[in-house]
Ligand binder design. Structure first.
Ligand SMILES: NC(=O)c1ccc[n+]([C@@H]2O[C@H](COP(=O)([O-])OP(=O)(O)OC[C@H]3O[C@@H](n4cnc5c(N)ncnc54)[C@H](O)[C@@H]3O)[C@@H](O)[C@H]2O)c1
Length: 354
């Protein structure tokens, strides 16, 4: 057996060196398993600037970059409306796809991408960073363990910094972004179906329009088997006032994840510590209070690292998982193209019902 770090790094092309592409490139550059070989951007100056930084080759066109035999993996960081066409181009050129969310804007396009991956014998993964986040992983493991009883309800309140996005940003144009459910909701639909280990079914949904006509708030109620769920996404805060709170209600406890990239998990439960303690990562603080002759444990597991370090490692772990699956066919991808498609189906249903 070889140590992965001893193997030749896989050549990586990043397409769309924008705001998030910049962050992803910095994350990939630290990984011995991949080598940034090409940067593609319609804005050739931008491609050149990042190519200089990472000693890669700049391209304006994806089709040109795909002629470069050094490339095994393409990280697709363009705006959502380009994912299907560019993703298909990548897969048909027999390159593995690390796709930013959403997989595509329509279910049909997502299905075509999955079919193309199978036909060409290559892999798709979607950058669902929550699947790689230690606190989301703990929440999912605790919910599925049965230690805290059955999962009853999942609630998301996402008050994001829409005010920092200019009015002409592609995000506000549903034909480019897919709208809030498809551009952003997919993360949480995927996370909820993972935590509940059930497919999501949208029962009802509503959308709220800003004075200029753009949708800036959406809300839905869903069922994941017999688990009730509620999602509210608003893009009406500034960078300094944004908040994300996920609350999971179980028969014998409440789990709370704060922030879009959680760096802590809170648990409030009557269940004895020896059962849940082994699940908790990072530093753990426990206090006790008595309520009606019962002991309630108030628990906080947290990381001293900031959001940025945890976020970066989640992206790296997603890429590492893809590299492992490319090298070993028995390795199971943590986020498959099917997960990307399933959450897209839920998002499309929420969009249609609003
Ligand atoms: N997983 C996450 O946590 C996360 C976080 C933020 C953004 N995203 C996703 O990342 C993607 C990019 O978002 P962003 O905020 O960086 O967007 P952005 O607009 O800042 O960047 C997009 C880049 O793509 C380039 N581009 C446009 N058309 C192109 C084409 N035809 N070929 C090559 N390049 C082209 C643009 O010039 C720009 O540099 C979106 O799908 C978004 O949903 C994911």
């Amino acid at each position: 057996m070889h140590d992965m770090a001893d193997l030749k790094p896989l050549g990586l092309a990043l397409v769309g060196a924008g705001a998030f592409g910049d962050f992803c490139l910095a994350a990939f550059a630290e990984m011995p398993e991949v080598k940034i070989a090409a940067i593609v951007d319609v804005d050739l100056e931008r491609a050149q600037q990042f190519a200089d930084r990472y000693q890669a080759v700049p391209y304006q066109l994806l089709s040109e970059a795909l002629k470069n035999n050094e490339i095994s993996i393409v990280a697709l960081n363009t705006p959502p409306f380009l994912h299907a066409a560019q993703g298909l181009e990548v897969l048909n050129a027999k390159r593995h796809l690390f796709c930013e969310k959403p997989l595509a804007l329509t279910v049909e396009d997502g299905e075509a991408m999955i079919a193309a991956a199978t036909e060409n014998g290559v892999l798709i993964t979607v950058d669902y960073v929550m699947r790689q986040n230690p606190y989301w992983q703990t929440a999912a493991a605790l919910a599925q363990s049965g230690i805290l009883g059955k999962l009853r309800h999942m609630d998301l309140a996402n008050h994001a910094a829409g005010l920092s996005l200019p009015m002409d940003h592609w995000f506000w144009n549903a034909s480019k972004s897919g709208g809030i459910w498809i551009e952003h909701g997919v993360h949480f639909f995927d996370a909820f179906s993972w935590v509940a280990d059930q497919r999501g079914h949208v029962v009802g949904s509503q959308a709220f329009h800003r004075s200029d006509g753009a949708v800036d708030r959406v809300e839905a109620i869903l069922q994941y088997g017999d688990v009730a769920a509620h999602c509210y996404h608003a893009f009406d805060q500034s960078g300094s006032t944004e908040q994300t709170t996920v609350r999971l209600t179980l028969e014998h406890g409440y789990i709370t994840l704060n922030e879009w990239v959680p760096t802590a998990l809170e648990l409030s439960t009557t269940v004895m510590p020896e059962l849940w303690k082994p699940y908790l990562p990072g530093t753990v603080e426990i206090s006790e209070r008595e309520v009606l002759a019962a002991t309630i444990y108030e628990v906080r597991a947290f990381s001293p690292e900031g959001k940025s370090a945890v976020y970066k490692r989640s992206i790296q772990d997603g890429m590492l998982n893809l590299v492992k699956a490319i090298r070993d066919p028995r390795w199971k991808l943590m986020v498959t193209g099917e997960y990307g498609l399933e959450s897209l189906r839920t998002a499309a249903a929420a969009t249609a019902l609003a």
